[in-house]
Design a protein around this ligand. Structure first.
Ligand SMILES: Cc1ncc(COP(=O)(O)O)c(C=O)c1O
Length: 458
């Protein structure tokens, strides 16, 4: 059997061009077989030419002068960037000696993509795993998880019932054999996105506009992705970070707790790993706009061309986004308007996954709207993208506003056994910087373990 590597360091995920060329070549070849463990070295935002996978949206779509740059997550192994936090949490646990193959069963609480990532990583690294998720998510997700050989533990509800998955995870984690890769509470998720996604965002805007980032907008599920904003602010202190929430489930904005259709975000909590100190704005996006927007991108090529996109531009968009990706795009457009950004300015956002897991969402849309003819799509196009407005954007920079988020965090996490002193520490940037610094410790430890493993196998 081929040797199973220990996997990449944080630095190597950010800069795969620094991986030993023989390993990198081998990993790129492994893309043909997604269950080849060498795919661990393909956990990166970069393509085989070491370029960040991204798209700069056509202005005919956004209607704004600022450049909207979307990092594309669908080409990560397992189909979304959530595999990054899953790997980071597992590898840190392995380095620390807390997670041992054969001894431990890995738990992945999730509404989908993180669970898919956990199941996938555990397959590659030979751990048993159980994904804990609501029973009403898109069916493509369960199929993928089972396909990777993980067990499924279903809790009642949808995206907005993720708290139940958390409760179940905490209950199961009491068994000695179970270890939870708790994405909402463990810092490797923060570290992965601050270092790897943040670094990729900074590279992605090189040569675009003024080469800086004026705003980073992302809809939090675990709020891992939002941590990219902390890295971006280090390079571009003027950058604003915006958290996007479903209008129907505006928990951070005002404690709203409704059901919504944007899978992966709006989980009815302020997650433990959410650095609210650096969240500058919160903006609400209507879930139906995100679903309709996806329909236009997927099936509205004629309309896109009629509205001014070139045929190549319209074609290039197809398949790149899921529902939350469209939510992020709408949020980015709104923020470009709100901040009055011009042609030199860049707004960065992410597409966590691609269309491959959302067929059923558009089928459901077809059932709800008996008419989705071109004239309807054209109206939707104008309303959703070109006329995106600046309503429901709130400035969260004042300390009074932060206090609301701290209070939400307490409400959500004291009940899971975290104490006030720990939450208090999170009110200082020192806490987050110290957590981030650990990236450099784990870089070294992962590299050391890899060398040791190689020597033992000789
Ligand atoms: C489709 C999708 N979009 C967005 C997110 C939110 O990302 P994060 O958990 O990093 O906040 C997730 C998280 O699982 C997701 O699956």
């Amino acid at each position: 059997m081929k040797k199973i590597p220990f996997g990449p360091t944080y630095d190597e995920m950010l800069h795969p061009e620094t991986i030993d060329p023989a390993i990198r070549k081998w990993a790129l070849q492994a893309k043909k077989n997604e269950l080849d463990p060498m795919n661990l070295f393909n956990i990166t935002w970069k393509d085989e030419h070491d370029q960040v996978r991204k798209i700069v949206l056509p202005q005919a779509l956004t209607g704004v002068e600022a450049n909207i740059v979307v990092l594309i997550g669908k080409d990560f192994p397992s189909g979304s960037h959530k595999v990054g936090p899953a790997y980071a949490t597992l590898i840190e646990g392995a380095v620390d000696g807390d997670i041992v193959p054969g001894k431990h069963n890995i738990l992945g609480p999730s509404t989908g993509n993180f669970g898919i990532g956990v199941a996938y990583i555990c397959n590659l690294m030979k751990y048993d795993s159980t994904v804990i998720m609501p029973d009403n998510m898109s069916k493509e997700r369960y199929e993928r998880i089972k396909g990777y050989g993980a067990n499924l533990e279903l809790t009642p509800g949808t995206e907005s019932d993720v708290i139940l998955t958390l409760e179940k995870t905490h209950e199961m984690a009491r068994e000695e054999k179970n270890v939870a890769l708790a994405q909402f509470e463990l810092m490797p998720n923060y570290r992965f996105h601050r270092h790897v996604t943040g670094g990729a965002a900074i590279e992605a805007v090189e040569g675009i506009g003024n080469g800086r980032i004026a705003c980073f907008a992302a809809a939090p599920g675990s709020a891992g992705t939002l941590a990219a904003g902390d890295r971006i602010k280090e390079s571009f202190p003027e950058a604003k970070t915006t958290a996007l929430e479903p209008y129907e489930c505006s928990t951070l904005m005002d404690g709203g707790r409704g059901q919504h259709r944007i899978e992966g975000i709006g989980d009815k909590m302020c997650t433990l790993i959410h650095n609210v100190l650096t969240t500058d704005f919160i903006a609400l996006i209507e879930d139906e706009d995100a679903v309709r927007g996806l329909k236009i991108i997927q099936d509205g090529r004629k309309i896109l061309e009629a509205m001014g996109l070139t045929s190549a531009e319209a074609k290039a968009l197809k398949g790149l986004f899921g529902v939350s990706g469209i939510c992020n795009i709408i949020g980015a457009i709104k923020m470009a308007k709100y901040l009055r950004l011009g042609p030199e300015d860049n707004v960065v956002t992410v597409a966590t996954d691609g269309f491959d897991r959302y067929d059923s969402v558009l089928e459901e849309l077809e059932k709800r709207y008996l008419e989705t003819e071109d004239f309807v799509l054209e109206r939707w196009f104008c309303d959703i993208f070109l006329r995106a407005d600046t309503a429901h954007i709130v400035d969260y920079r004042p300390w009074e506003m932060k206090k609301r988020l701290f209070a939400q965090k307490e409400k959500d996490w004291l009940k899971f056994g975290y104490d006030k002193a720990y939450l208090e520490k999170m009110k200082s940037m020192d806490f987050w910087d110290a957590e981030y610094e650990k990236v450099f410790y784990y870089n070294e430890e992962i590299a050391k373990k890899r060398t040791k493993e190689k020597e033992e196998k000789r």
